[in-house]
Design a protein around this ligand. Structure first.
Ligand SMILES: C[S@@+](CC[C@H](N)C(=O)[O-])C[C@H]1O[C@@H](n2cnc3c(N)ncnc32)[C@H](O)[C@@H]1O
Length: 321
């Protein structure tokens, strides 16, 4: 942020919540052009620094405004304690208005009451866009269904909610790094047939679905024979290997698909998770995006989904045949 906006000064911050001060208050509110690791951002309207000040924030919210109330992120997704529930910090704070039910329209200001800790609550304001979930904190309320063998179900479902891709029953997806099968479960439930590439075993529920075909090997060893009958509408990737290796293996699979299907390749979208096995890789996001565009994933855009862990997500709405 400070590299892009040298006039900003790092200010009150806690894990999962950062603020910056603008040197010159008259200047326009700075935009973040392509935020990857920022899920929601906006202008700070006011802050309460003690429990007594918290009710005063309510008076600053215009009467008809859409209000969302949520807690700062305190845990890595998937590492929350058993007794934790989302939003319990803000819910325990007295004197604040409850969130409105109404969904914001694109372009409309949303007032965010953000619980930081027992003493601090911030009131912020962000502009809603059709790329944001209308849910509090841009976190779609999703829960892994019992029949899903992994929490990776959340990521593909969140991506579908966020990017709203066209889907037709009977389409096929190729998933690279598919075991044990959370994302495959979500796709099969949405009417897809799935071919998955992974040396690990799939959950019995996925294998028994009648909609799943397993290529049980690392992606780099996939052959034209493996993909002779696989012409995927979507390519999904979620391999637990460093980014450069994952992009190398993805590139091999795409080349093999092109060799097999040529101009008849049906691929139109990419849903790609890139693991940040080391945080140093976060600096190279734009290099990874350039490489993905070269592989064929046009207009690839990176964002860290609410249900991503130490990884980020790339959505590509267009594939170059
Ligand atoms: C996070 S898990 C995938 C979760 C899965 N997408 C789901 O929905 O349940 C990562 C997977 O990547 C697989 N993997 C690692 N290296 C791979 C490779 N070279 N080719 C294919 N899969 C690989 C692992 O075996 C592991 O099952």
């Amino acid at each position: 942020m400070t590299a892009a906006h040298p006039d900003l000064r790092f200010s009150f911050s806690r894990p999962g919540f950062v603020t910056f001060k603008q040197e010159n208050a008259d200047e326009a509110f700075p935009e973040i052009p392509a935020p990857v690791f920022v899920r929601l951002w906006g202008e700070s309207v006011a802050q309460a620094r003690s429990a007594e000040e918290i009710p005063q924030l309510a008076a600053l919210i215009p009467p008809e405004a859409v209000v969302r109330a949520f807690d700062r992120d305190q845990y890595v997704p998937g590492e929350e304690p058993d007794d934790w529930t989302r939003g319990r910090g803000i819910a325990a704070t007295g004197g604040l208005p409850t969130a409105t039910e109404r969904e914001p329209r694109p372009g409309e200001a949303v007032y965010d009451l953000i619980w930081i800790d027992e003493r601090h609550v911030f009131l912020g304001r962000h502009v809603h866009t059709d790329r944001l979930s209308p849910a509090a904190g841009n976190i779609p309320p999703l829960a892994v269904p019992e029949h899903s063998p992994s929490r990776a179900w959340l990521k593909i479902e969140e991506a579908i909610l966020r990017f709203r891709p066209v889907m037709q029953p009977g389409w096929t997806a190729l998933e690279i790094g598919c075991a044990p099968g959370g994302a495959s479960t979500a796709l099969i439930d949405r009417g897809f047939s799935v071919t998955g590439i992974d040396p690990q075993f799939m959950a019995d529920s996925v294998m028994a679905s009648g909609k799943f075909n397993h290529i049980r090997k690392p992606a780099r060893f996939v052959t034209p024979e493996d993909l002779a009958n696989v012409n995927p509408d979507w390519i999904v990737m979620d391999m637990s290997i460093p980014p450069e290796d994952a992009l190398g293996e993805l590139s091999h699979v795409v080349k093999t698909l092109r060799d097999v299907h040529g101009k008849k390749l049906a691929t139109r979208r990419g849903f790609l998770t890139i693991k940040l096995n080391d945080w140093k890789y976060a600096e190279r996001v734009s290099d990874y995006l350039s490489r993905l565009r070269k592989i064929g994933f046009e207009e690839a855009q990176a964002t860290q989904l609410a249900y991503n862990r130490r990884e980020f997500f790339v959505y590509s709405p267009k594939f170059k045949i």
